[in-house]
Design a binder for this molecule. Structure first.
Ligand code: FE2
Length: 323
């Protein structure tokens, strides 16, 4: 315990040192120049429970809230193996119901790249409705496919830190699962969103390259550039559409949002950088509109052109390739 506290103190001091160093120099912004330096970034997260109070699903369930708090309380090094966690027995029913419903909707509405890898995850026995997959097993699969790695975090972290992770093929993810009283709703990204929405696509090379390319441009970016990159990420990785099929995990993790797209109840515009950058997005409600590219490859091309315009590729001390 003492060693753990000392390590945390050391990390805080190093982070403070870096911040002081670069604010003294002037405009230069610190960024991790190797994957292990990601352990120095700020991973404080939005406290959704405090923000929503009694309207947070499960707020009155003291044993769930205690488990939720413990599950968020993580200090995971990016290079260490992710240790397994114990899910309370009643969360298995939540997973089972949600898995079956999402699976059915995905077959109908998800893009081919997502469906192909979801099928593969099932064939390999990593995914099933019976058990919430542990990150350790999912990471072995992702490492083999694209080199991406899920690293648990406490909740929604700030965009800069999150994008820095993508640069090094680290995807900061939640491990808690929504409360059983609200199986089809979560006020913040939970493990169902990460595993059912994101993981099958992070196992696709084009999608992995697209995501990493956004992250790479964030290294040392200004606040204005981070804001633009976050919008590009948001309207592709989280809420993108390709053709008539869904790519974004923000949609693929939500039964209601899939239904909105499926039933054409929302506006879907052609993916266009200028329009994307002018759009506002919300993290707590459905999006005012969505953007669609012809295919995943076309979206990748549009984004590559877009980020080159916003922030040309910077020379890095070490090019992060983890495959
Ligand atoms: Fe997400």
């Amino acid at each position: 315990m003492l060693a753990y506290c000392a390590l945390n103190q050391l990390k805080s001091s190093l982070r403070a040192l870096y911040t002081r160093k670069f604010s003294f120099i002037g405009q230069e912004i610190w960024y991790p120049s190797s994957r292990s330096e990601l352990d120095l970034i700020d991973k404080s997260y939005e406290d959704c429970v405090s923000r929503l109070g009694a309207s947070y699903p499960g707020y009155d369930d003291s044993s769930y809230m205690k488990w939720l708090k413990n599950t968020r309380n993580i200090d995971q090094s990016v290079d260490a193996d992710v240790t397994d966690i114990v899910y309370p027995s009643d969360t298995y029913q939540t997973w089972k119901i949600l898995y079956a419903r999402l699976r059915e909707l995905h077959l109908e509405c998800a893009c081919e790249e997502h469906k192909e890898n979801l099928r593969e995850l099932e064939q390999l026995g990593i995914y099933s409705p019976e058990k919430i997959p542990q990150f350790s097993l999912v990471n072995k699969y992702l490492n083999y496919k694209t080199g991406f790695k899920l690293v648990p975090c406490g909740g929604m972290i700030n965009p800069r830190s999150f994008l820095y992770g993508l640069a090094y093929k680290i995807f900061y993810s939640s491990r808690y699962i929504r409360h059983q009283s609200a199986v089809f709703y979560s006020p913040e990204p939970d493990v169902a969103h990460e595993l059912m929405g994101h993981v099958p696509l992070f196992a696709n090379n084009d999608f992995a390259e697209l995501s990493q390319s956004i992250g790479l441009r964030s290294l040392g970016a200004t606040e204005e550039e981070i804001e633009k990159l976050a919008k590009i990420y948001f309207y592709s990785v989280e809420f993108g559409i390709v053709g008539n099929q869904i790519l974004g995990a923000g949609i693929l993790g939500s039964c209601d949002e899939i239904a909105l797209i499926k039933n054409k109840k929302v506006e879907i515009k052609e993916w266009d950088l200028e329009k994307v950058l002018k759009s506002e997005f919300t993290l707590s409600d459905y999006q005012p509109g969505y953007y669609s590219a012809e295919s995943l490859l076309e979206m990748k091309r549009l984004i590559k052109e877009g980020i080159d315009f916003i922030r040309p590729m910077q020379p890095l001390k070490r090019i992060p390739v983890y495959l």
